[in-house]
Design a protein around this ligand. Structure first.
Ligand code: AMP
Length: 410
């Protein structure tokens, strides 16, 4: 069995795959780690349970995952040895990791070095790997980086126009995020279109609580909206996205805010939440906008406008567009957001069919109208599956070269 672990700052999510990835045997989550009351969920097919209990730290979270996986009631695995490989999600691989790798001491050291770039995320990813090494001794671990897919972005797109040597010395550049999702859906889109990935110029709109717009040409990321931190680009649930950095100098010097206060404001109180004053949840915003809430209408307008503008910019950067892909919570579920984004993109060849757009989730991924020159698709993302594919490929000597989505390396 292949175990996939996503260890975040306050949660541990896991999925257990059959070795040939033909089925997910179990899924689970241990959430609100360190809070007064935690949440534990474990499912085997439709059978499952959720409980509330205190989870003091990540070690306790791992113990709960083990308890669930080894539970005779669910009969998923009999002993830890039944796990033949473990795949981990890591957020930041700096400029070191271009693809997924098998974990060894050198990889762990490099991962620790990258923690400065993602201080909230990487340390938790590292704890996840260390715990997996402790609880499953001898089992190979693979780490898959959110940033790796974007390492192909050329210098003209990843450099900031700050002093070159300073940035190079300190690793300051555009890294991008959601790379595992963008890699998965861009390959999936090529399959759906039955066209070689190498021949396609696509814009992937990963629209979830975090938002990435990604330009993918020939299967390689060539530009992406998020930058150095998990922050830039278009507005997200609570993150501001791009704005003039002069605002920060003004907040600190003239308005007397501390850097910590500015950071909290930009990461946690901005985006859809900051604009609407109501929520970071798109469902709530849309409902309130429909009922006439002007601030929610405005939040939607800003969100849609910035995404549409980025799609246009990336089409220009790639010299054309073959496919526009929507994925993640908002991208997969909100027909009206998709429709608003595609409005006024007819000049690019993007035209969507209202009927198929409304039923896209039910096996109708292609929502383009008959006359459209660009294929617009709704493709469910599955980062865990992408991690599982890389894990199998990197740990299996007889890896089936034809396994879905090619090699683990970029
Ligand atoms: P994710 O981070 O991919 O889980 O996506 C979370 C976002 O998806 C939140 O803003 C949700 O409000 C949004 N979302 C989920 N389902 C829907 C839906 N049916 N309509 C609109 N937004 C949705």
């Amino acid at each position: 069995m292949i175990l996939i672990i996503n260890c975040g700052s306050s949660s541990l999510k896991y999925q257990l795959y059959r070795p040939d990835l033909s089925k997910v045997e179990a899924t689970g989550m241990v959430a609100r780690i360190g809070e007064p009351e935690g949440y534990v969920e474990h499912y085997v097919g439709r059978r499952g349970e959720h409980t509330r209990r205190k989870i003091p730290d990540h070690r306790a979270a791992f113990a709960m995952m083990m308890e669930n996986l080894l539970s005779p009631e669910y009969n998923v695995i009999g002993c830890p040895k039944a796990i033949t490989a473990i795949g981990h999600r890591a957020v930041h691989g700096g400029s070191v990791f271009f693809g997924s790798v098998l974990v060894d001491d050198q990889v762990m050291d490099a991962l620790r070095d990258c923690s400065a770039f993602a201080p909230l995320h990487n340390p938790c990813n590292i704890v996840g790997i260390e715990e997996a090494q402790r609880l499953f001794p001898g089992t190979p671990n693979v780490v898959v980086f959110d940033t790796a897919f974007h390492q192909t972005i050329p210098a003209k797109a990843h450099l900031y126009a700050l002093p070159y040597e300073f940035c190079a010395r300190n690793g300051i550049r555009r890294y991008g995020f959601h790379g595992t999702s963008c890699r998965y859906v861009s390959r999936s889109a090529a399959d759906i279109l039955n066209r070689p990935l190498e021949s396609l110029s696509m814009v992937v709109c990963h629209l979830g609580n975090g938002v990435t717009i990604d330009a993918v040409k020939g299967g390689r990321s060539v530009d992406t909206s998020i930058g150095f931190g998990t922050f830039g680009g278009v507005p997200m649930g609570t993150r501001a996205g791009d704005f003039d950095p002069a605002v920060i100098f003004h907040m600190v010097r003239e308005l007397g805010l501390s850097l910590d206060e500015v950071e909290t404001m930009c990461y946690r109180q901005s985006g859809l939440l900051g604009l609407s004053g109501l929520s970071n949840d798109m469902r709530v915003i849309q409902e309130a906008a429909e009922q006439g809430n002007d601030r929610c209408k405005l939040a939607l307008e800003v969100f849609v406008y910035q995404i549409r503008k980025t799609i246009g910019a990336y089409a220009a950067a790639m010299g054309g567009l073959d496919a526009l892909i929507f994925t993640a919570g908002i991208g997969e579920n909100s027909a009206s957001v998709r429709s608003m984004i595609c409005e006024n993109l007819e000049f690019l060849g993007v035209e969507i069919d209202a009927r198929t757009n409304a039923i896209a989730r039910n096996g109708h991924p292609n929502i383009s109208s008959a006359s459209a020159r660009v294929a617009t698709l709704v493709v469910p993302t599955d980062e865990e599956r992408m991690i599982a594919i890389d894990t199998v490929q990197l740990t299996s000597r007889e890896a089936d070269a034809s396994m879905e989505y090619g090699t683990a390396a970029q």
